[in-house]
Design a protein around this ligand. Structure first.
Ligand code: MSP
Length: 661
């Protein structure tokens, strides 16, 4: 038997100074889907994901948490890993940039580049964005053009990489490999960047301690991107990459903001070291929330866990891949998510599976019936299903996930229609009717089997349930998609156990549950906090609680960042479909603000009019149940159920707009 073709793909390796939101989840789920798909196409696949753990950001976060960097990153990496497990992501390699094998690979790659004459020592002064880990082209005092945060002036001794020497080789490479950068718009962007001229690149730092040392050149440590990009190679053998046979990578999947690092710097490093280049860099778009890129600094992130908890991991996977055209930006909305869940998963696939199984159970003793003569309408459906195989595989090959799913769901819709027109439930008990019913039910079950196979890369958990419901052996992941064709469903196969697939859910309730879990999660402390001060025995032998560690307290300047003012409620109304929320307009002295407050179960709207309340006025605006909320009303949370009690000013007639200090 010939060897399986090898296929290697990677997600970006994620920074450990934060936790994953659904933007990161998107990249990882896309890769996991490709990985599953390629396996079903007979490839020997390795997928790498991991964590990018060095740099000044981590140094600072660890200091803030009062723990050593190594402990900080170990805990954060464990969090990332645990989440991917919960999402059914089957990473084969989880590379951490603090792994020893990675450090060796980075040092080895540097030596190759240096031995080949592409590295020289120098000094650099520039504006540095610590959040993006990059020098940026702005003047001192100006903010980072990418993320808008303050930059710092950094001067340091370093080693330069002769990026300027690679302008022509890179342009030649792009010309010879027109598919190297995808999609087209990103390719054009990279091309014009390289055509504009390349400046040499500082690849080591002396201003940072937390990094991989440059051997014999201490205190130099590697610049995070030279370090991070090399992780793709360390994961599959590093200097011994030839032994594993997985280098060069087939595709590096990245978000569009890091295309330059992947399509310019990385191939240049590899060329300098005389190593093979990856075959393709694919840059996807961003998930937006309220039209802005979801990001921790903007405070508009949505975390995956509440969604998985309420709707299941397959619902999140399906939504992300169906709703966004791969390569373009896509807006996230809870509303669209639940809508998709109910219409496509509960009423679509889930309903088709359960009604097919129920009819087979009732009419054919729980065994796949034997079809009799096929009618033209059966053949029409069979032809559509057979044609769908080729169309769907082609879409998957082009990473056209939304189109692939559209094709599959059009087959589901055609099958629903077929059942409605053929109405097997109203056929009688004559031989002819029984045979006709058997043919219809077999045809329906056969479509369901094909749909299950084709959807498996996106919906691993639920397709495994449908597969066993149809009494099929093994796991759908081991189906060879190249052998899939109409007519393979064996009559007489006993159905398996029926398991809940996608129970229908009331939209308002689902959204409320997800949003409240999300709000709770935002309040949780970071998983890495300072170790508590040991508790001291008090007089009488009792113990007193440890005082909070210094790192947990905030200075007055931190408190001053929260701007609270006296506001007066002008109007208050309920929000349809959100029984906990009230929509308020509040006069804060300088303007009237619209604010949503989760107090509807405890306060009558009409009794709130004219009431003076404490308002946080400088909170970033956000949408709650689709309604813009621009500020927050302060309330005590009382009792185990957290009953809100509004903070107020009963003794004094305070002026509207007065600041709380
Ligand atoms: N550590 C670098 C990558 C080094 S790769 C050698 C990094 N890390 S990150 O934690 O910031 O992750 C960035 C990646 O997360 C993006 O490239 C993208 O894949 C994903 N996303 C983060 N926010 C996103 C959205 N709002 N939408 C879609 N994906 C986004 O950069």
């Amino acid at each position: 038997m010939p060897d399986k073709p090898k296929y290697y793909l990677t997600t970006p390796i994620y920074y450990t100074n934060g936790l994953p939101h659904i933007g990161h989840t998107y990249s990882t789920i896309v890769c996991d889907t490709i990985r599953r798909y390629k396996r079903m196409r007979g490839c020997d696949v390795v997928m790498t994901t991991g964590t990018d753990e060095h740099g000044v950001n981590v140094e600072r976060s660890a200091k803030k948490a009062g723990v050593p960097e190594s402990e900080f990153v170990a805990k954060m990496a464990a969090e990332w890993r645990a989440l991917w497990d919960e999402l059914g992501v089957q990473g084969d390699e989880f590379i951490r940039t603090t792994d020893l094998k990675h450090a060796h690979t980075v040092q080895w790659l540097f030596k190759q580049c240096r031995d080949n004459g592409f590295v020289y020592p120098g000094h650099y002064t520039g504006q540095y964005c610590i959040y993006d880990n990059a020098y940026v082209d702005v003047k001192p005092g100006e903010n980072c053009p990418d993320c808008g945060r303050p930059t710092e002036t950094v001067t340091e001794a370093n080693f330069y990489f002769k990026l300027s020497a690679f302008q022509k080789p890179l342009l030649d490479w792009y010309a010879k490999h027109p598919d190297f950068i995808q999609p087209e718009a990103r390719r054009n962007e990279v091309l014009s960047f390289v055509e504009g001229g390349l400046r040499d690149l500082s690849i080591t730092r002396t201003s940072i301690r937390w990094g991989i040392p440059v051997p014999g050149e201490e205190p130099h440590v590697f610049y995070v991107w030279f370090d991070a990009l090399t992780a793709y190679l360390s994961a599959v053998g590093g200097p011994q990459y030839e032994k594993t046979g997985f280098w060069p990578a087939d595709v590096h999947l990245v978000g569009k903001e890091i295309i330059r690092f992947h399509a310019v710097y990385w191939p240049a490093f590899l060329m300098a070291a005389g190593l093979p280049l990856p075959k393709q860099i694919w840059a996807h778009g961003w998930l937006l929330m309220d039209s802005a890129k979801m990001s921790k600094s903007l405070g508009n992130v949505v975390r995956p866990r509440p969604i998985v908890h309420v709707l299941g991991m397959d619902a999140l996977r399906y939504y992300l891949l169906r709703e966004t055209v791969f390569g373009q930006d896509g807006n996230f909305s809870y509303d669209a998510l639940v809508q998709r869940y109910n219409s496509d998963l509960a009423n679509g696939l889930g309903n088709l599976a359960s009604r097919t199984a129920a009819m087979i159970e009732k009419n054919s003793g729980g065994k796949i019936p034997k079809p009799a003569a096929f009618q033209p309408q059966d053949i029409t459906l069979a032809t559509k299903a057979q044609a769908a195989i080729g169309e769907v595989l082609e879409q998957y090959d082009n990473l056209g996930f939304s189109l692939a799913l559209e094709q599959i769901w059009s087959l589901i819709a055609a099958t629903d229609k077929y059942l409605t027109t053929e109405h097997p439930w109203s056929l009688g008990e004559s031989d002819a009717d029984q045979q006709r019913r058997a043919t219809i039910l077999w045809t329906t079950a056969e479509v369901l089997r094909m749909v299950t196979a084709l959807t498996h890369p996106v919906l691993p958990e639920s397709t495994a349930k449908v597969w066993s419901l149809l009494g099929q052996p093994g796991q759908p992941g081991s189906i060879a998609l190249d052998d899939l064709s109409w007519g393979q469903l064996a009559p007489g196969t006993p159905l398996g156990k029926s398991q809940a697939l996608f129970p229908r859910i009331e939209k308002a309730e689902a959204i409320e549950r997800m949003e409240s879990m999300e709000n709770e999660a935002q309040k949780q402390p970071s998983p890495v906090t300072a170790p508590a001060t040991p508790s001291a025995p008090a007089a009488g032998g009792a113990t007193i609680a440890a005082a909070p560690a210094a790192a947990e307290k905030i200075g007055i300047e931190d408190f001053a960042k929260v701007e609270m003012r006296v506001g007066q409620i002008k109007t208050a109304e309920r929000i349809v479909g959100a029984d906990k929320l009230l929509k308020l307009t509040v006069d804060i002295g300088t303007e009237i603000r619209q604010i949503c407050a989760g107090i509807a179960q405890f306060y009558e709207p009409e009794k709130l009019i004219g009431r003076k309340v404490a308002v946080v006025v400088n909170l970033a605006p956000r949408k709650l149940r689709g309604v813009e909320s621009n500020g927050m009303i302060v309330a005590a949370s009382v009792g185990p159920e957290g009953r809100p009690v509004l903070a107020g000013f009963p003794d004094e007639d305070v002026e509207i707009g007065a600041r709380l200090k």
